[in-house]
Design a protein around this ligand. Structure first.
Ligand SMILES: Nc1ncnc2c1ncn2[C@@H]1O[C@H](COP(=O)(O)OP(=O)(O)OP(=O)(O)O)[C@@H](O)[C@H]1O
Ligand SMILES: [Mg+2]
Length: 282
């Protein structure tokens, strides 16, 4: 069964000359239990797509079936109901509430669901323990590190046992160790049969995915499946870097980065060298 079926979904912001087309004719089918990764450059429409999938925003045009139900243009009330029963969100910015401690933050989705206070806090504490930050449950968000906040945000997304988890850069700005904790948690949710849709810029995370889609200018331009996808995605990113190289050649830091990339790609790739030369001559 398909959890998500989108047909020609489009979304624009603003009016007249100031219009930005964030999504244009998106066709997307996500089978139940899939771990889908969405990649693409900044501004390509990933968060907009995730927000529409999670019923936080609505498309201007197109068809959207969630669990077989037409949800493209339902009321905000109905949207909220579906969200609270089926969907867990991990936002790009964590969206924790500053005046509530971590335990209260994490238990919040259960409040909207009408679960009793004791049960709510118990369940929240259990999840925080699982994610290794139970000792911080009475702290406030501004007293936690970025990685701890990220884990709290994941705990909040998991607390209502959602069948769909939507994650926008859940490992952004985290070191490798903290990222692994997050990814292990997501993998576990996935293995329990739930659907995960995760936005990331990190091609290494493709190893967790069943499928990766790549977005550009509001469209899905590529799709990767199978064992070689991490390699294919990295190659694609290298090519994209080559294209933008001349434009960034005046900056000092990117030059140093470029040298590193060049070494990594030494085997069989000399196109990069050519483009750096071109950049210097430009
Ligand atoms: N509320 C909004 N009002 C106006 N423009 C918006 C709004 N939300 C998104 N956009 C525009 O839509 C486009 C897609 O934005 P989106 O946030 O989906 O990109 P993204 O792929 O998630 O980027 P990033 O990787 O930087 O998070 C951008 O050009 C953005 O400026
Ligand atoms: Mg985004």
């Amino acid at each position: 069964m398909n959890v998500i079926e989108m047909n020609q979904i489009s979304r624009s912001f603003g009016m007249g000359n100031g219009t930005t087309t964030a999504l244009e004719g998106i066709d997307l089918i996500v089978p139940k239990g899939e771990f889908l990764v969405i990649m693409g450059s900044s501004g390509s429409g990933k968060s907009t797509l995730l927000n529409i999938i999670g019923l936080l925003d609505q498309a201007d045009q197109g068809e959207y079936l969630l669990d077989g139900k037409d949800v493209a243009f339902i009321s905000q009330r109905k949207q909220a109901k579906i969200r609270r029963n089926n969907i867990g969100f991990i936002f790009q910015s964590f969206n924790l509430i500053g005046r509530m401690n971590i335990l209260e933050n994490v238990s919040l989705p259960l409040l909207y669901k009408g679960v009793s206070t004791v049960k709510r806090l118990e369940r929240a504490s259990e999840i925080l323990k699982y994610l290794g930050i139970q000792e911080k449950e009475y702290y406030f968000p501004n007293q936690l590190s970025g990685g701890q906040l990220q884990r709290a945000a994941i705990a909040r997304a998991m607390v209502n046992r959602p069948s769909i988890v939507l994650a926008d850069e859940p490992t952004g700005n985290l070191d490798t160790k903290a990222s692994k904790v997050i990814m292990a948690a997501l993998q576990e949710i996935h293995q329990a049969g739930n659907t995960i849709i995760m936005v990331t810029h990190n091609p290494d995370l493709a190893v967790y995915a069943d499928r990766v889609i790549n977005m550009e200018d509001g469209k899905i331009v590529e799709e990767f499946v199978g064992k070689s996808m991490t390699k294919e995605i990295k190659e694609l990113q290298d090519e994209a870097e080559e294209i933008v190289e001349p434009a960034t050649s005046l900056a000092i830091e990117p030059t140093a980065k470029r040298e590193k990339t060049k070494v990594r790609n030494k085997k069989g790739k000399n196109t990069k060298k050519t483009s750096s030369k071109e950049a210097k001559n430009a």
